[in-house]
Design a protein. Structure first.
Length: 259
């Protein structure tokens, strides 16, 4: 589904001369908006939200969700700013000008988020892309890469905090998992498999989540280990099952890498 939306927003890159087929009518619309037609402004911005999302996704090199991503709000505000600033005497099409403004504001946003003040100067807009927009692709890439790295760290931190809160419902502290983890790789692999089995069984997970205890009796019917092994590794197995069953993609990826 995301791929379909991604393709809808990004589409195929139009050739120069086709990106703005109704340039003259657009200029008339912009002039009317600048004259004070607020209703037309709101309708115009609403109509061009897919275009704003496309530009933002292309700039960020990933799908941008208009309902969730801050980058879209930044670009939409820049699009509105471009409406106020545009003049036909610039010798540029409105959409070309609007894209430049959006790119500038997105650069500013990334710089602010990463505290890059002074490290990504406006001199970065010293090259033209195939749509006559000025930018330095190397510095843009570096800014996006640094921003995504920081964003990933924050998401991991948030995920661990949520997972820690979930563990407390089972009277388990996140810090306990280090000591609870088996020392030998083969033992860890075995427990990963048991935890995954538990997470993939809806009835077993229902018992775990409602009764807040490991369904040892039922689990013994599906795995070839002793009751003592399950009891001894109760905390670790619960943690593994919660990770595989819950909204923890970073922790889940980590487990799969370890496997």
């Amino acid at each position: 589904m995301l791929l379909v939306l991604f393709k809808k927003f990004l589409g195929k890159k139009q050739s120069q001369g086709q990106s703005e087929p109704h340039a003259s009518s657009l200029e008339v619309t912009i002039h009317q908006i600048q004259a004070g037609d607020l209703r037309l402004r709101n309708q115009f911005i609403s109509d061009y939200q897919p275009y704003v999302a496309k530009v933002t996704s292309r700039f960020c090199k990933r799908y941008i969700d208009p309902a969730r991503d801050d980058e879209f709000s930044i670009a939409l505000g820049a699009f509105n700013e471009a409406i106020n600033q545009y003049s036909s005497v610039m010798g540029r099409s409105f959409l070309g000008f609007a894209e430049t403004v959006m790119r500038r504001r997105l650069i500013d946003f990334l710089r602010k988020e990463q505290r890059f003040k002074g490290q990504i100067p406006y001199s970065s807009f010293d090259q033209e892309d195939d749509e006559d927009n000025l930018l330095n692709p190397i510095e843009v890439h570096q800014a996006i890469e640094a921003y995504e790295k920081q964003k990933g760290l924050e998401e991991r931190r948030s995920e661990i905090l949520d997972f820690s809160r979930c563990l407390r419902d089972f009277d388990i502290e996140f810090s306990e998992l280090t000591e609870a983890a088996p020392k030998h790789d083969d033992s860890r692999q075995m427990l990963f498999g048991i935890g995954r089995t538990l997470a993939q069984d809806a009835e077993l997970m229902r018992t775990l989540l409602t009764k807040r205890q490991l369904p040892i009796k039922e689990l013994l019917e599906q795995v070839q280990v002793s009751r003592k092994t399950l009891e001894r590794n109760r905390k670790y197995l619960i943690a593994i099952a919660l990770i595989f069953n819950g909204p923890y993609p970073y922790l889940r990826d980590y487990l799969q890498i370890r496997e």
